[in-house]
Every structure is written in C-alpha cells, then in structure tokens.
Design a protein around this ligand. Structure first.
Ligand code: RIB
Length: 292
C-alpha cells in the first residue's frame, strides 16, 4: 500500500453546510483515517499481509496514525516521519443520512517523493494498491516499479492524470464522479454511460463503484453489474476504502474480478453501519454479522 494517513476530525450534522452557511453539529470525534491507511487496515483485517508506505508528521497525530496501523497488523517500516510538517488532517461532516462532505489538508502526505519508494519492496508485492491523496508522480513511479497487479483508486479525482499512469494500471477503481472527471465527461453518469466511459480508458479493467447500487465491472467489452446488499447507513466514510482493500485482498489469490467485486461490495456495505473510518472496517466474521 502506498498512500495517505489522515487524522479525521468528524462532526455529525443535520445537513452539510452550503457556501456561506454555518451549521451546529454534535461532539467532535478524532478518528484515524486517510484513504491509504484505511485501505491498508481494511485488507489487513481481512487477513492479508500488508505493508504501508507513506508519510506522517512528527506529531501526536502521526503517533496515533502509526499506532492504529500497527494495531491492525500493518507493517509500518515504510511509514516515514516528516519533521516540521503536520500529519494529514481531514475535516468531515457526516449527515444524518450517513452521507458526508470532506476537506483534506494533506500535510506530510504531500511530502512523499519517488525517492521514498523502495524498488525491491514494490517489485515483490503481489498487489500494489494506491489512491490520489499523495503526489501523482509517486503513484506513477510506484506503478513503473510494480511487477504484481497495480490497482489504483483515483480518489480524490486529480485534475490531470498522465496517460502513462493509466496505461500502467491493471484495475482502476473510480466512483462515478471520478470516472466523469478522468474522462472529461460532463453530465450524469448512469450505468450505460459508466460502461461506455470505462471502455474508453486504457487500463485493463475498470471497477466503477456505485454506492448503494453496488459496482460495475468492465473488462474489455464485458460488463457485469454487481448489486450491493441493502443497508441503512450510519456513516458512509471509508466504504469505498473498504471496497478497495477487499478487492485487492481477493485479487492476490484469484484474478476473478467479478468474484472479488461481489465480496468487496459486502465489505463496503458493512463499513457503512458504524461511525468513522478505521473503527468501522470489518473482519470477515463482522461482515456476516453486520449484514445478517
Ligand atoms: O475515504 C475516507 C477518507 O477520506 C477519510 O478517512 C479521510 O481521511 C479522507 O482521506
């Protein structure tokens, strides 16, 4: 895993504020998160051996972020300290319906450089899973070094993606908004449009996450819609991360992308049933318990 670690500052609200609006919320929760760390913890809780490469600040949040990863069994020898720079922080407002709005201050995550990568470690990984909360030049360099499967979750959607990176990606995992931004599409992305946009990308396969509607698996001209279990979400934060962690975990043992997606939508749905990012990530038995 090469990615971000953030301390999430989470407040429950009736609705996320509009521009210029102030809303009163509930008590503040400080919760370990960051798309990279969440995906690392998700895969580790599902039983996978995971190593995290990234940067945190030399501060109290950095210590908390390290502790949480270690507690989940993630190898943090590649998680570097960045003196004089704060750890990443995410400000998250969670609505009563479980949806959220997030602002990220990347801090140390933004200081990760290609020279922080260890070529041998990346070449040895069966799957290299990355997101877009770290500089894209690092993602591209890691994709060049990888010998295993490259899985990229382009979140948050970068303004411009080098074509070389998309060429190097084996499995791209965008949501509908990210897919539209990556392809320059304006207007709604329904299922047929998502399939068409995904087919136009140079990656071998694309798995488009659709929230409560599950996911669309597009490999060449083959399109499969995988539905998600119906749930009443408490907090959707990290559901996409749980999905990516579960997908990558499955792909280590079996290249069947549709089977991996069937499991990943269950893990994602189970993650929406508890508050916060990392504390909401389930073990396999918790997935079954939570979904009934
Ligand atoms: O995907 C959820 C994550 O996005 C949060 O944990 C937050 O840190 C942001 O990175």
């Amino acid at each position: 895993m090469i990615g971000s670690c953030n301390l999430d500052l989470v407040v429950g609200v009736e609705h996320v504020p509009l521009v210029g609006e102030t809303v009163l919320g509930g008590d503040l929760h400080r919760i370990t998160g960051g798309k990279g760390a969440n995906q690392a913890v998700a895969a580790a809780l599902l039983g996978r051996r995971v190593a995290m490469v990234g940067r945190v600040g030399d501060d109290e949040s950095g210590a908390l972020l390290r502790e949480a990863l270690e507690a989940a069994g993630v190898d943090i020898s590649g998680l570097l300290a960045t003196p004089g720079v704060p750890s990443g922080v995410a400000l998250i407002a969670v609505q009563r319906d479980g949806d959220n709005a997030i602002v990220v201050s990347p801090g140390a995550n933004g200081r990760l450089t290609p020279s922080d990568l260890q070529a041998q470690q990346i070449a040895d990984a069966a799957v290299v899973l990355m997101q877009a909360e770290i500089p894209l030049e690092v993602v591209t360099e890691a994709a060049r070094m990888a010998r295993g499967l490259v899985v990229w979750n382009p979140a948050p959607a970068p303004e411009q993606v080098p074509l070389e990176l998309l060429d190097l990606v084996d499995v791209l995992v965008p949501n509908q908004t990210e897919l539209a931004l990556l392809t320059g599409h304006r207007g709604p992305v329904d299922l047929p449009m998502a399939a068409e946009l995904a087919m136009g990308l140079p990656c071998s396969s694309v798995v488009v996450t659709l929230g409560a509607a599950g996911a669309l698996v597009v490999s060449g001209r083959d399109v499969v819609h995988v539905e998600a279990p119906v749930v009443q979400p408490v907090d959707t934060t990290a559901a996409g991360d749980a999905f990516c962690g579960a997908l990558a975990d499955c792909l280590v043992d079996d290249p069947d992308l549709v089977a991996a997606t069937r499991w990943a939508v269950r893990v994602g749905a189970a993650t929406t049933l508890r508050l916060g990012a990392q504390p909401s990530l389930p073990t396999p038995s918790q997935v079954e318990l939570l979904l009934g």
